[in-house]
Design a protein around this ligand. Structure first.
Ligand code: RFL
Ligand code: PHB
Length: 404
């Protein structure tokens, strides 16, 4: 068996694992990342596009913000549309100057990957059978296989940054964790194309045909989403069909400006709300999608991962700099408070903006009644300044909580 040692072993080289690794390294905390797939595979996954200020600040703190600051677009506002009527949520004005950054998860992941490589930090890609051991003891370790050989990595702490399908969460015995879940009766079909975005800001569109989102990656690259039934397959949706449907869901004056083109990527993502409590078990910490999933409607998934990273990084800094191990117990409590807020916001936005026609019952209410409740709720929020402020405050992201 090949053996090695590090201070913090990180499972998963998605944005959570890479950002945590970079921040720890900045403070002289040694870490190794173990990733199941190849770096190219990680970069092939098209996901988030909206970063909160807290995330942006953390990337700057990690010293990896140069390209993001150059190429990312700051958005002062976001639009909601209800059939043809458009409402602008002026994020900046309603929150006293806060904004969001439009910069793709793929780009931030690539930047973090390159910075890690340049710093000579170890990432083991394409490893299998990753298994944490003895996480309740003072000497945890991970075993894994690479190129047919078994390895053992000894460490002080393990950060489980391995996404929803990872092994970390399963390491906590079922009797010691509680899981909360809501699966939505539809998915999002996403399309990426090298066409100029239809509008300078994002548009979240509610229509009787279902929800649509007009997002973007740059001045020349657009990202669009359509609410689709869970039974639909990507093959059911030619590019032509996608564009036609999108046109019917965007407000008419916007749709007339839509420039179409061949897709670069098309995929369907199911929508889920999920939380695992607690997020810490002995010397194992769950970070990001490993512990919680939100529907993408509030643009919160990656941003919640970043606030987990911020909390864990502060804790580990204190542990290594001050020898204070008591603060470890604060992780789950601090992270979960923000997580539940993001969960609630994403669930609420999803409820208001999607078409629930196919659902007979939702929240214990008959489908048609639920639909009316949500139409009225949305109508109230977009037509009142206080309502728009409630949306704005949460969309830009709540402040990060400090350690005690
Ligand atoms: P990831 O990105 O899933 O990375 C986990 C990594 O762990 C690896 N792994 C393992 N490695 C070793 N051993 C194992 N046993 C392993 N099992 C798994 C995986 O290969 C992977 O590389 O989790 P992380 O880092 O926590 O990051 C979370 C974000 O990816 C996610 O929350 C966001 O993408 C969610 N999301 C959005 N979030 C936002 O904040 N704003 C958005 O605008 C936004 N849009 C979206 C989204 C997610 C979407 N999809 C497809 C789910 C839009 C979409 C369509
Ligand atoms: C994206 O650009 O992929 C995106 C933006 C906002 C969301 C979800 C996804 O709410």
């Amino acid at each position: 068996m090949n053996t090695s040692k590090t201070q913090v072993a990180i499972i998963g080289a998605g944005p959570s694992g890479l950002l945590l690794g970079q921040l720890l390294a900045k403070h002289g905390i040694d870490n190794v990342i173990l990733e199941r797939v190849s770096g190219d595979y990680v970069l092939g996954r098209i996901r988030a596009g909206i970063l909160e200020q807290g995330f942006v600040d953390l990337v700057r703190e990690a010293g990896v913000a140069e390209r993001m600051d150059r190429e990312g677009h700051v958005h002062d506002g976001v639009e909601l549309s209800i059939n043809d009527k458009r409402y602008r949520i002026d994020l900046k004005e309603l929150t006293g100057g806060k904004t969001v950054m439009c910069y793709g998860q793929t780009e931030i992941t690539a930047d973090l990957m390159h910075a890690r490589k340049d710093a000579g930090l170890v990432t083991e890609y394409e490893v299998s059978d990753v298994q944490p051991h003895d996480v309740k003891s003072d000497n945890p370790y991970i075993t894994y296989t690479k190129n047919g050989e078994t390895h053992r990595l000894d460490c002080d702490y393990i950060a489980g940054c391995d996404g929803f399908h990872g092994v970390s969460r399963q390491t906590i015995p079922e009797t010691e964790r509680k899981e909360f879940e809501r699966v939505y009766p539809f998915g999002w079909l996403g399309l990426l194309a090298d066409t100029p975005p239809v509008h300078k800001e994002l548009i979240y569109a509610k229509t009787d045909r279902g929800f649509a989102l007009a997002s973007q990656r740059s001045d020349t690259r657009s990202r669009y989403y359509l609410q689709v039934p869970l039974t639909d397959k990507v093959e059911d949706w030619s590019d032509e069909r996608f564009w036609e449907e999108l046109k019917t869901r965007l407000p008419r004056d916007v749709a007339s400006d839509l420039i179409t083109g061949p897709s670069i990527e098309k995929s369907i993502a199911p929508l889920r709300s999920f939380v695992c409590e607690p997020m810490q078990y002995g010397r194992l910490f769950l970070v990001g999608d490993a512990a919680h999933i939100v529907p993408p409607t509030g643009a919160k998934g990656l941003n919640l991962a970043a606030s987990d990273v911020a909390t864990l990084y502060k804790i580990l800094q204190r542990v290594y700099k001050e020898g204070d191990t008591d603060c470890i117990g604060q992780y789950s409590e601090i992270a979960l408070r923000r997580v539940w807020n993001g969960e609630r916001f994403s669930w609420w936005m999803s409820n208001m903006l999607h078409n629930y026609d196919d659902e007979i019952q939702s929240n214990g209410v008959e489908g048609e009644t639920f639909k009316r409740f949500m139409e009225s709720e949305l109508d109230y929020y977009v037509n009142s300044e206080a309502g728009r402020r409630v949306i704005a405050e949460q969309y830009v992201g709540l402040p990060y909580e400090e350690l005690r």
